[in-house]
Ligand binder design. Structure first.
Ligand code: AMP
Length: 190
């Protein structure tokens, strides 16, 4: 089973993905984490994407597709992947379908975490104070939200048409979001 956790930045995708890794053995593929690791290592890729990430805009499709291609190849026999923060554009979604098809696989479920923007801004203001991530500063976060609504939200009909999209209430507590996701994965909610 391959899963996409879908939603705007700070919707809780990473937190829920990490739980599913622990509880169900999924392999989490987060392009945001991969890009942050590239920056921390000081690699040419990290240097190339740093300014774009700090501005809150999306890095190029080619860069993130290459990262996902390498991660799929590096995890043969994984019981399933959770894509977190990828795909973020229609071109990325099409590339993902083509990459998975190489392995005879597909996206089985896209779980959208439904959240409201005002609460997200409050959540990120708190995370900025606690963790100091440059792209969580309020101005940059507005740019990230705009990138989501302009470039990423158009993926909803893409997956809706394939019949794999399910929405859960992302504003509920972490525990109850996890329970809703579990119900989807166990086939009790569609
Ligand atoms: P995230 O932690 O997923 O919000 O990602 C942090 C930043 O990394 C984003 O604001 C983008 O600049 C970049 N990024 C992560 N994933 C992608 C992606 N799939 N496509 C383009 N840019 C991405």
């Amino acid at each position: 089973m391959n899963l996409i956790l879908f939603g705007p930045p700070a919707a809780g995708k990473g937190t829920q993905a990490k739980r599913l890794v622990e509880e169900r053995g999924f392999v989490q593929l987060s392009t945001g984490d991969m890009l942050r690791a590239a920056r921390a290592s000081g690699s040419p890729l990290g240097q190339e994407v740093a300014a774009i990430m700090d501005s809150g805009q999306l890095v190029s499709d080619a860069v993130v597709i290459r990262l996902i291609e390498a991660a799929l190849a590096a995890n043969p026999g994984a019981p399933g992947f959770i894509f977190d923060g990828f795909p973020r554009t229609v071109a990325q979604a099409e590339a993902l379908d083509a990459l998975l098809a190489r392995y005879g696989q597909r996206i089985d479920r896209v779980i959208r975490l439904g959240v409201d923007e005002a609460s997200l801004i409050a959540r990120v203001t708190k995370r900025f104070a606690e963790q100091g991530r440059a792209d969580d500063n309020p101005d940059t976060f507005v740019t990230r939200l705009r990138a989501y609504s302009d470039q990423t939200a158009p993926l909803l009909p893409f997956y809706g048409d394939k019949g794999v999209l399910v929405e859960v209430d992302g504003m509920a507590s972490m525990e109850s979001v996890a329970a809703s996701i579990a119900a989807v994965l166990d086939g009790n909610l569609r």
